[in-house]
Write a protein that binds this ligand. Structure first.
Ligand SMILES: Nc1ncnc2c1ncn2[C@@H]1O[C@H](COP(=O)(O)OP(=O)(O)O)[C@@H](O)[C@H]1O
Ligand SMILES: [Mg+2]
Length: 401
């Protein structure tokens, strides 16, 4: 037979995916853990619509995600079925007239005045103005054909997407909602999830892997119960093994924390002084200990660190970046969960008002809530992170001497 013989499309869905595929409610809303197979399922359902010569639109938070989904779908589609695929416009047309086109939150306005049989909303919890887009653009788009919606996301607290999800939970007509954990993708190696679990704060694990709908934005990543159990009424009298200084920016304080070998605070100083006096104040630690001093050298901190280095020995800089900050805060969260660090009430008060926000790719940002200070948290996180490194290095020497 000739080369152009039609190929059958082969997507074998796993059990959870099949449940959604076989549900024909007009609005299907899914909250599922990372890598459960959300995007794969949305491609599979979209393709089945396109094979019925239907028009499918995708709405996602970012252009990047759209590019990924576009490429993913092209991989699944048999070449012979595709009439045109436009990479810059992110649109696909099949020979039977079925089409797919991708829009991001930013380009959603371009959907106005069009008609679609089917709308996929991928990672909808991460579209901040979803409510407006949904009501003023998406619903009108679906009127002519009484089009269907598949809205799918990792949970992200109490968003508009979560409101749509609750409609299904509350059995509103035409709505069906589903929840799946990452464990329910049988194609995913369980070890991969276990590794994620070990490296993730408990709260993040519950949201991103167990797909729990706890609010990721309102409450803090440490957990009040955990914070309380590590408060020490007085500073430890053991010698410091590490010091860390968070340098004051415009409105806040400089905080200098020392930790002993058990991870208990044994030195605390919080002050607001000009740079010259800051150096003199920091210099006091050398009357107690020669332990390493980590200095926040982000931005103006770098100049302060250079001044400190001239007067104080054994100083090392630490720069806060989009990746170094979550790294050290995650270590602190785990340490607080596991009772490996102890701090005073004053530091605990800042821990209570600290906030975690999870972004679309699982990227986490941490900050004190608006109007609160977080310099103690920053200093404690730097100190604890470097304490582990110092003690590990010491243990390593123990075995190699
Ligand atoms: N039914 C399936 N068949 C084959 N691979 C799948 C299937 N579902 C998911 N996968 C694979 O599992 C991984 C995660 O799927 P993806 O759809 O990207 O998950 P999510 O969007 O939930 O993060 C990907 O490597 C994907 O190719
Ligand atoms: Mg996805």
């Amino acid at each position: 037979m000739h080369e152009t013989q039609k190929k059958q499309i082969q997507i074998t869905l796993h059990e959870g995916q099949l449940n959604v595929f076989n549900n024909h409610s007009r609005f299907r809303i899914i909250q599922a853990g990372r890598r459960w197979g959300k995007s794969t399922l949305s491609c599979a359902i979209a393709i089945s619509e396109m094979f019925q010569a239907h028009t499918v639109f995708f709405l996602t938070p970012t252009h990047d995600l759209n590019k990924t989904l576009f490429n993913e779908m092209l991989k699944w589609l048999p070449e012979q079925a595709v009439k045109a695929a436009n990479k810059s416009e992110l649109s696909i047309e099949l020979i039977n007239g079925g089409t797919a086109k991708w829009f991001s939150a930013e380009s959603a306005g371009q959907m106005r005045g069009r008609k679609a049989h089917f709308l996929v909303i991928d990672e909808g919890s991460f579209i901040s103005d979803l409510q407006d887009i949904y009501n003023s653009i998406c619903l009108p788009l679906l009127i002519d054909y009484k089009g269907k919606v598949l809205a799918i996301s990792t949970p992200n607290g109490h968003t508009f997407f979560d409101k749509l999800f609750l409609k299904g939970i509350n059995k509103e007509p035409d709505y069906a909602s589903f929840t799946f954990t990452s464990y329910e993708n049988p194609l995913l190696d369980a070890n991969e999830i276990e590794t994620m679990r070990q490296n993730m704060p408990d709260r993040q694990f519950k949201i991103e892997i167990l797909a729990q709908r706890i609010d990721s934005n309102d409450s803090n990543p440490f957990g009040e119960d955990n914070i309380v159990k590590n408060i020490t009424p007085t500073l430890s009298t053991k010698p410091p093994v590490i010091f860390a200084l968070d340098v004051a920016k415009v409105y806040d304080y400089s905080v200098l924390i020392g930790l002993d070998e058990d991870g208990t605070m044994c030195y605390f100083d919080r002050f607001r002084l000009n740079y010259e006096l800051t150096v003199q104040r920091v210099k006091r630690i050398r009357s107690i200990s020669e332990a390493k001093l980590i200095v926040d050298s982000t931005g103006v901190g770098n100049a302060v660190m250079e001044m400190i280095k001239k007067e104080v020995s054994n100083v090392e800089g630490f720069i806060f970046t989009g990746s170094s900050k979550p790294l050290i805060i995650n270590k602190l969260i785990l340490a607080i969960e596991q009772g490996k660090v102890k701090y005073t009430e004053q530091v605990a008060n800042e821990l209570y008002t600290y906030e975690m926000k999870i972004g679309i790719n699982g990227n986490v940002t941490y900050n004190g809530a608006a109007g609160t200070h977080d310099d103690c948290v920053a200093s404690l996180a730097m100190a604890y992170y470097h304490l582990i490194r110092v003690t590990h290095a010491a243990n390593w020497k123990l075995y190699t001497i």
